[in-house]
Design a protein around this ligand. Structure first.
Ligand SMILES: *Cc1c(COP(=O)(O)O)cnc(C)c1O
Length: 400
């Protein structure tokens, strides 16, 4: 089948809840992907940071195939010999006390909302059904009804109500606003260390430290959504390390499986997780042996290949070189590690047009909102690859 036929078929039979670039991919290796016509592209999205370890990493692939031939799913009605080891390795790596495994990122967010609310009622003593969770404007935490209910993005929430109550929205990066929003019923503060979908928005220095202190002073659980920023993307294993803090609860997903399988987890440094009793929460696939074997290897690859340090070094280089380009359409370039956003001037003609031009040059990027291009290649990228990419980026921006 040809590119055009794949696209026509997909458009005819599929729901139109995405607007992908018209490239039909069939193979991937490291930072590269190939389309059905044999054209090669550098992947500068990494499936929204799910393939930090690079496409089809051979070690993770081996773990997947090996485990798939042994045992894939038991449900949590029984135990399996991968889960405990996954817990131990994840806890050791992230310095956590407890883990609750789920599948998608949104499920991890839902999990944390349940756990923190229950903690609020049973430990903090908040009156029944009065628990409040504070979140930030322009957040992205997933697509379930609860989560889009506290989104400020019209496209994410319009016509999907009614929504769950109990959330209060404050501006991002503003610790004073957080301080003012706290009430005796506040149980949690859910925040991204860097807002990815909003366009790689980096909060002011000290923001998370201040938030952490306010949480301590007011007996509030600090929940960092590191589903995108975590596992090396920003040049640290967890983005919280940039501020030298530890969240009470941390959400990871995406790269936890290196892109092979949906695996997410809630990591706990506080006794919040202990409030959940048998029967109160779960998932048929959560913590299954296939997911655990894949995730264990995906974590091992991050460590053994020193991908966190590479993300820091390559991110610094990429960012500095991008800022050196003569690029009239660009308003601002920002980033941390290999999480980079290029914001265009309003009159530049839209980020999508530039993503299409980059695609023609062999670089796959995705716009976020109308005017921001995100650059987030797999963390295995090298300097020569970045030089190759820079040439393409320079070309399309010089041409206007
Ligand atoms: C992707 C993402 C989610 C949702 O993860 P899914 O696996 O798509 O449900 C939540 N939070 C952040 C910050 C994300 O980037």
């Amino acid at each position: 089948m040809q590119t055009k036929e794949f696209i026509e078929l997909e458009n005819r039979l599929g729901a139109h809840n995405y607007k992908p670039l018209d490239v039909v991919l069939t193979r991937g290796e490291g930072i590269w992907v190939w389309d059905v016509d044999g054209r090669r592209y550098m992947d500068c999205l990494s499936a929204y940071s799910a393939v930090n370890q690079g496409h089809c990493h051979p070690a993770i692939q081996r773990a997947l195939i090996e485990q798939a031939g042994k045992l894939t799913l038991t449900s949590r009605a029984f135990r399996n010999d991968q889960l405990a080891l996954f817990y131990r390795e994840l806890c050791e790596l992230t310095n956590s006390h407890k883990v609750l495994p789920m599948n998608s990122g949104a499920e991890a967010v839902e999990t944390v909302i349940k756990a923190v609310r229950k903690w609020g009622y049973t430990v903090k003593g908040v009156p029944e059904d009065q628990a409040e969770i504070i979140v930030c404007a322009n957040n992205f935490h997933g697509r379930t009804i609860t989560i889009v209910g506290f989104s400020t993005d019209e496209g994410s929430r319009r016509d999907f109500g009614p929504f769950a109550p109990g959330f209060k929205i404050i501006p991002y990066g503003d610790a004073e606003a957080f301080a003012r929003a706290i009430t005796p019923n506040t149980v949690g503060f859910l925040v991204e260390p860097i807002q990815g979908e909003a366009g790689v928005i980096i909060p002011p220095e000290g923001y998370l430290r201040r938030a952490k202190r306010l949480c301590e002073e007011n007996d509030i659980v600090l929940i960092l959504d590191e589903i995108q920023t975590g596992l090396g993307r920003t040049g640290k294993l967890l983005a919280e390390e940039h501020e030298g803090i530890e969240a009470d609860l941390t959400l990871v997903g995406k790269a936890l499986s290196g892109g092979f399988y949906p695996v997410s987890a809630v990591l706990s440094n506080k006794e919040v997780m202990d409030v959940l009793r048998p029967g109160e929460h779960g998932s048929t696939f959560g913590g299954n042996p296939l997911a655990c074997a894949v995730a264990r290897t995906a974590l091992r690859v991050l460590v053994e290949e020193d991908l966190v340090a590479n993300a820091a070094a390559m991110g610094d280089y990429f960012l500095a070189e991008l800022r050196n380009l003569d690029a009239p359409p660009v308003r601002e370039i920002r980033g941390r590690g290999l999480m980079i956003g290029i914001e265009l001037h309003a009159e530049a003609g839209g980020a999508r047009t530039y993503c299409q031009k980059l695609m023609a040059e062999g670089l796959l990027c995705k716009e976020t909102h109308d005017h921001i291009i995100r650059i987030a290649p797999p963390l295995v990228i090298g300097k020569a690859d970045i030089d190759w990419a820079l040439e393409k980026v320079a070309k399309i921006f010089a041409a206007g």
